[in-house]
Each structure stands twice: as C-alpha cells, then as structure tokens.
Design a protein around this ligand. Sequence first.
Ligand SMILES: CC(C)(COP(=O)(O)OP(=O)(O)OC[C@H]1O[C@@H](n2cnc3c(N)ncnc32)[C@H](O)[C@@H]1OP(=O)(O)O)[C@@H](O)C(=O)NCCC(=O)NCCS
Length: 301
Amino acid sequence: MVETSDEWITTRTGIKERHLAAKDEFTSDLAARAAERAMKMAGVTAGQIDLIIVATITPDMPFPNTACFVQHKIGAKRAAAFDIEAACSGFIHAVEVGQQFIMSRTYDTVLVIGAEKLSSITDWQDRNTCVLFGDGAGAVVLQNRPNSHGLLTAVMGADGGSADLLFMAGGGSRCPATAESVAARLHFLRMNGKETFKKAVQAMCTAAREALRRCELEIAQIKCIIPHQANRRIIDAVAERLGAKPGQMFVNLERYGNTSAASVAIALDEAVAAGKIQRGDLVLLIVFGAGLTWGAAVIEW
Ligand SMILES: CC(C)(COP(=O)(O)OP(=O)(O)OC[C@H]1O[C@@H](n2cnc3c(N)ncnc32)[C@H](O)[C@@H]1OP(=O)(O)O)[C@@H](O)C(=O)NCCC(=O)NCCS
C-alpha cells in the first residue's frame, strides 16, 4: 500500500508483525476477551466486578463508552463502567484510578482494561505511521486482598503544549465529520515521529526515576521493566539511560507493534506467562503517548 520495506521497518522500529482485528470485531470485543481471561486468572466472577475502566483512544463509538459495551458482553451487571483516554499512557492512568477506588474503600474489585483497534484510525496511505500500529487488548483485576501489595506508586504527567505531535483532528467538537474532513483524511492519526521519539525517551526516563525515588528503589532491584512497546530504539535508549541490565527490559513489540493503551497490559501478561515475574517481584511499567502524556508505575506482584 505504501513504499516501504521490511528492512526499513525492522531497523527503524524493531517491529516484525502487527495484528489487525476483523472488520466486525470492535475494541469492546478485544477488551471483553482480555477481561474474561484476566478474571479467570484472578478467580473472580463477573458478578463480583464493582467497576470496569477501559483505557482506549479507539472506542467502539464516541458514546456510550466502551466500558459499558464490555460490561454487557461479560455480564458484569453490578459494575459501574467508564473509559479513560490518555492515549498510549492510558493503562497506567486507568490502573491508578482503579487503585484509588480500592484505597478509598469505595470498591473491592476493579477490572482495568487497555484495548485498541488502532487499525480503525490508521491511514494506510501514510508510511510514517501505518507500519507502527496494531490492535490488541490486555486486562488486570485489582482487588483489596490482605497481605498483598499490588501497585506501590504511579507517576503520571502531561504536556498539552505538545498536543500537535500526535493527534487525530477529525471527529471531535473542533472538527466534526463532514465530507470535507473525510476527504482531507482528518479521521486518521497523524504524528511527528522524530519529535515524539525525543520527548518519549526524556519523559519515560523522568517518570521512571520519579517512581523509583518514591519507593526508595534502585533500578537493579526491579525484576522486570515493561516499557510502552512503541519502538525498539526508544526502549533501548530508555534502558541505557536508566542503567538497566540486559534482560531486565521486557520487549514483545516485534510481534504486535504499538497497541497504544493495550501495549503494557499485553506485555505484562506475556512477561508473567514467560515466568519473568514471580509473586513478590518488583515490576516497573513505563508509558508515553499523545497528549503528551506519560507515566511510570512500580508494582509488587
Ligand atoms: C517514525 C520513526 C520510526 C521514523 O524513524 P526516523 O529514524 O525518525 O526516520 P525519519 O523521520 O528521519 O525519516 C527518515 C525517512 O524515512 C522515511 N520513512 C518514514 N516512514 C517510512 C517507512 N515506513 N518506510 C520507508 N521510509 C519511511 C521518511 O519519509 C523519511 O524520508 P525523507 O528523509 O525522504 O523525508 C521514528 O521517528 C519513531 O519511531 N518515532 C516515534 C514514534 C512513536 O513511537 N510514536 C508513538 C509514541 S506513543
């Protein structure tokens, strides 16, 4: 569709494969499937879920929110449901919000999902972006359990002054859908890759250092570092600046590309499945995305 090559994509990004949802498969379908697997792993039934938070920039529709569709699909009838939009940083934002509801004793069981059908906003004529993004979903169950820790801290940040680096102009109140907006391809995401790259490395390192400082931890004490899976070179630059050891960073972007809010959720699941995280281990999540937004979270598994 565009002039590119596997060699260019591999050397510039590290991405080898991306998965695209089917035409009749929506973000809520991917989210519901991830949710059901997370609930099974946690030993929690749909009836126990008090709250569903979905982090996404590709909701099924502008409204109702995607969490409501998920609530219906998984049969979590008691659950409140809302979405969070912090682009590729959405998962950490959603986990932190869920954690706050548990700490305040408002809810016992919160289902947090990062889910995207980015192929629905990808411009297949734009080689600067179409080689980077994929579809997917990941989920976690947060619960107030005795003798367990979970999320120790979450750092979040934003720079709205750099919103023009990564955005989708069409479809909102500023630029509602018209024949002209469609013809101008405004309903696809646009990115200034070079600037985004630099900001990503800086913000991810700053957030990670702040998260470690708050927990009085050194990077060497972290068992597994799970960065947002956007670009292999961003991950390598972050690893080098943080002084991470080889093997400490978990990377799976070669198989999924950038799945935005789903990215670290999918990677967390795969890291656990691969035996890289055991109970009691410290995990550091680091994210960055449009907004700009960023974040880092320390988890005791
Ligand atoms: C997009 C990205 C891979 C581009 O890599 P880069 O090394 O910065 O490349 P440049 O921007 O210097 O572009 C170099 C050339 O490659 C071209 N190019 C861009 N995409 C291409 C593709 N898929 N295939 C072939 N050539 C491509 C550009 O047009 C440019 O050509 P030009 O110099 O003739 O204009 C990189 O900037 C990046 O990963 N940025 C961060 C993106 C990201 O992760 N965003 C999400 C954050 S949540």
